[in-house]
Design a protein around this ligand. Structure first.
Ligand SMILES: Nc1ncnc2c1ncn2[C@@H]1O[C@H](COP(=O)(O)OP(=O)(O)OP(=O)(O)O)[C@@H](O)[C@H]1O
Ligand SMILES: [Mg+2]
Length: 463
């Protein structure tokens, strides 16, 4: 009950938004609707039954009284009717006035009318003719009217009152029991919800370990599971962010350390500012710049804020352009670089600069991881789903099966000891994957260590 709000005057005020209060009110209304008609019906049926029973009993006792009076008349000529009548009146619960055939009072159980008198008895009184059982002649008339005796207390109204009281007690008791049960039920519903709210607050405060214990079943368990899954996702995203910052710092440290070493040596006069020395400084600055540009591209692609300059793209000519751009580099490395278009290739729509970047990353990798004397071949063809598929195949060092699933992860390099100075940062494939996916395409790799690698990507046909 501590959840009751305090109003301004300090009195507790119900917060009708709370589930348990709503459920309690709802249950109270439902129980009232369910029990009310039953109570009313039971009460009226019981009253009718009691009334019926009492009137039948009255009739029976009246007949018995009339028979007793008739017998008394025949045997004693009503000699002791003065004693008999009050006793009969007690049994029937009525006042009995007995008149003879001439209409004169023989006896009155209330002893109000004197025997022999001929009072005007109200017609509303019940009359019973006392008949001689032997010849059927009229002996007299018994006039009966309800009196306020002990038996009279047992009127239909008093019986009905007792029944109503019993029904009210039963209804009240079941109302309270039902309310208590509903309270227990609402607590079992709200407890898991309260647990989720508590865990959500913990998350909000930055405690990403907060999880809900799944004790409920059904939808409430589903709620708890969904919450935990969301918390897992947040936790993972947070860990990835931390890892990313650590990786970026790590990648920047090497070129910066080299740059600093060069600059300190130049400043201290340890090395002369020759063209070679300055080229070394320049190379490191270029590495750094590339790294920062790659990171920016990746951040953009991952935040889905990449602005795409979509236009129809002729893939065969795009491939040719990229391959031509690498021809000098390939010749210097003594690698045979070729390209081919297989069959009809449909035009696609996309950002040609970004698609070119994907292709350049793949070709640069193929040239980097293929030894002198090797081959790199790019082909472009129509894909199975009607779009375009581009593949860059080399016969270089290849990728170990254990590394294959991870090559598209950021900062992933199969040779961990290699740094930016001796190779890439491990961002090229991650960026390529994000760019292909931003176009609605797919990217993949097949490779065998020592036999080379084949990287492919597809771009869908315009819908
Ligand atoms: N054609 C290939 N043959 C063999 N290994 C490859 C090939 N392409 C990529 N890899 C492996 O996958 C890793 C990830 O490639 P990715 O292009 O993402 O990074 P990188 O080339 O090392 O650096 P960056 O591209 O960022 O300059 C590479 O470090 C390399 O180990
Ligand atoms: Mg690369």
């Amino acid at each position: 009950m501590n959840r009751l709000l305090r109003s301004r005057r300090g009195l507790p005020r119900m917060d009708f938004g709370r589930i348990w209060i709503r459920q309690l009110l709802f249950a109270a209304a439902a129980i009232a609707v369910a029990i009310g008609p039953v109570v009313i019906l039971a009460h009226s049926v019981a009253t009718a039954q009691i009334q019926d029973y009492l009137s039948r009993r009255r009739q029976a006792t009246e007949v018995e009284a009339a028979q007793a009076i008739a017998a008394d008349a025949q045997i004693n000529d009503w000699a002791d009717i003065g004693d008999l009548l009050p006793r009969l009146a007690q049994i029937t619960g009525e006042r009995i006035v007995l008149t003879n055939a001439a209409g004169q009072v023989v006896a009155d159980s209330a002893r109000t009318y004197t025997p022999g008198s001929q009072p005007k008895i109200p017609t509303s009184w019940h009359q019973m003719h006392i008949v001689d059982s032997a010849n059927g002649s009229l002996l007299g008339t018994a006039h009966l009217t309800p009196s306020s005796g002990a038996v009279a207390a047992a009127t239909p109204q008093t019986f009905a009152g007792v029944v109503a009281d019993a029904l009210l007690v039963a209804a009240g008791a079941s109302f309270i029991v039902a309310l208590l049960l509903s309270l227990v039920l609402s607590r079992t519903i709200t407890r898991p919800i309260t647990a989720v709210i508590g865990a959500a607050r913990q998350l909000q405060r930055g405690d990403l370990e907060a999880r809900v214990k799944i004790e409920a079943s059904g939808e409430l368990a589903e709620l708890a599971r969904s919450f935990n899954a969301m918390a897992d996702g947040l936790d993972e995203a947070n860990q990835q962010r931390q890892q990313m910052v650590a990786d970026v710092a790590h990648e920047l440290r090497t070129p910066l350390t080299i740059l600093r070493g060069y600059l300190e040596a130049l400043a201290d006069g340890v090395i002369a500012p020759t063209q070679d020395a300055l080229r070394g400084v320049h190379d490191e600055a270029v590495h750094l710049q590339h790294l920062v540009e790659d990171l920016q591209d990746l951040a953009l692609a991952e935040s889905k804020q990449l602005v795409m300059d979509r236009a129809p793209v002729d893939m065969p000519s795009l491939v040719r352009g990229v391959v031509d751009g690498f021809s000098i580099q390939a010749r210097e490395k003594d690698i045979e670089l070729t390209a081919a278009t297989l069959g009809e290739v449909p035009p696609i729509t996309g950002d040609s600069r970004r698609i070119g970047e994907v292709l350049r990353n793949l070709v640069a990798n193929a040239l980097a991881y293929t030894p002198a004397g090797g081959r790199v071949h790019v082909d472009v063809k129509r894909s199975a789903d009607g779009g375009v598929e581009v593949a860059v195949a080399d016969n270089g060092i290849g990728i170990a099966p254990a590394d294959l699933p991870n090559v598209f992860d950021r900062f992933y390099r199969t040779d961990k000891s290699r740094t930016r100075a001796t190779g890439g940062a491990g961002l090229g494939l991650t960026i390529a994957k994000r760019l292909v996916e931003a176009h609605g395409g797919r990217i993949g790799v097949q490779s065998e260590p020592g036999a080379g690698a084949r990287f492919w990507f597809t771009l869908p046909a315009p819908s």
